[in-house]
Ligand binder design. Structure first.
Ligand code: HEM
Length: 139
């Protein structure tokens, strides 16, 4: 009982934390930060020049909304067919992608193929760098 009252008063900052409790709190904060650092990483920057080298059925990258996707393994599974994507292989496909009116499912699927983003000076849509969770979900 006394312990829970002390804990409550400490939480309310009415009585100060003991040295050991302060240390434990700092350790938890450091652990949380380390976890967040590990969960997030910046996307590699890939220039339009570099994207242009990947314009083949066996090696196909496209740019959609300033992000770079390696869709090589997806081409044959694409519900719209491989050829519509191949028309934009190694290039920006944003307008075509947008014009098709892809579903939310399609947009979620894109993260499986995300490999990078354009450098700041080549971007049209976004000014800031993306952070991507290790699960592949862009921020
Ligand atoms: C990573 C990139 C892409 C993904 C994950 C993707 C995914 C999909 C999916 C799931 C569909 C089925 C319909 C839907 O759910 O919206 C679809 C349809 C389609 N997509 Fe894509 N797509 C991608 C890129 C593109 C690009 C770059 C183009 C155009 C150049 C394109 C053109 C089409 C077309 C024409 C259809 C057929 C629409 C229809 O017949 O109703 N897609 N795509």
């Amino acid at each position: 009982m006394t312990t829970s009252i002390t804990t409550l008063l400490q939480a309310l900052r009415i009585v100060p934390l003991s040295q050991a409790e302060k240390k434990a709190q700092q350790k938890t904060a450091a652990h949380k930060k380390a976890l967040t650092d590990r969960l997030c990483e910046a996307l590699p920057e890939i220039s339009l020049d570099a994207v242009a080298h990947h314009d083949d059925y066996s090696d196909c990258w496209v740019v959609i909304y300033d992000r770079v996707y390696d869709v090589t393994t997806f081409l044959q599974d694409h519900p719209g067919g491989a050829d519509v994507i191949m028309d934009y292989a190694g290039r920006d496909a944003t307008l075509a992608f947008h014009g098709t009116g892809h579903s939310r499912d399609a947009i979620e699927q894109m993260r499986d193929y995300l490999i990078g983003e354009l450098p700041q000076n080549e971007r049209i849509f976004r000014a800031t760098n993306s952070q991507v969770l290790k699960s592949g979900i862009p921020e």
